[in-house]
Design a protein around this ligand. Structure first.
Ligand code: MN
Length: 233
């Protein structure tokens, strides 16, 4: 089985989600051959040197899973894009690029967090470009941890109010962008998170049947896992 999850948004103030995810890692995930986490595993990530709760615990649980032989792959989301090599080494997780192609049940499948597909949100895309530069990241990471944690709290509050102002339309993927990136990568299946609008969208891509799976976010009741393949695979 291959599992796909995203948008857990783990944080110190949502212990129930951490509890559900821990349970998942210790039970269901052990049955999988590979687990793909498609971004926003954490609600904020201020640097790999941050082991404040629940980060240290989550790292240990991920390490137990990879040690048991399950492959775990991670794409960074818009909230945890500062996850880096130290995290990967400590957990045994393999970091993937913003776009990754895998063969899934014989079909070329494109994986991405999903924020890049929301191309109508011009302001966000501008911030995204800026924050992915080495200069921006070095500047942020050079600040003391307590300052970064404080900034992250402020940023989360700001983001909450910004989201309320943005229209439903701007916050969703742009279908033209979806089709363009699928063609660029030669894929007929796309799996992503980010929008928190779980659905399977079927459409036509250059005369071929195409699918877009949007994963659900996790909440206090737990989370959905998209699974492919039979139990013993
Ligand atoms: Mn996101």
């Amino acid at each position: 089985m291959i599992h796909f999850i995203s948008d857990l948004h783990l944080s110190f103030d949502k212990p129930k989600i951490t509890h559900h995810f821990t349970h998942y890692l210790q039970t269901q995930a052990r049955q999988a051959k590979a687990v793909y986490i498609l971004g926003d595993l954490f609600d904020a990530w201020v640097g790999d040197d941050d082991f404040t709760s629940p980060n240290g615990h989550i790292r240990r649980e991920l390490k137990k899973l990879t040690d048991s032989g399950v492959e775990v792959y991670l794409q960074r989301g818009n909230r945890d894009f500062l996850i880096s090599e130290r995290f990967a080494r400590g957990t045994g997780v393999t970091l993937l690029d913003d776009y990754a192609i895998i063969e899934l049940e014989g079909e070329k499948t494109l994986l991405t967090h999903g924020d890049l597909l929301c191309s109508d949100d011009i302001a966000y895309q501008a911030f995204r470009s800026k924050s992915r530069t080495l200069e921006w990241q070095q500047n942020v990471l050079s600040k003391p941890l307590w300052q970064r944690l404080l900034f992250a709290r402020w940023y989360r509050i700001r983001s909450f109010f910004h989201k309320q102002q943005k229209s439903h339309y701007v916050m969703d993927v742009n279908q033209m962008t979806v089709e363009k990136v699928m063609q660029q990568h030669g894929c007929t299946r796309l799996i992503h998170g980010h929008t928190h609008r779980p659905a399977l969208h079927k459409f036509n891509l250059n005369g071929q049947k195409a699918q877009r799976f949007a994963l659900s976010d996790w909440n206090n009741n737990g989370g959905e896992v998209l699974s492919f393949g039979a139990k013993n695979e």
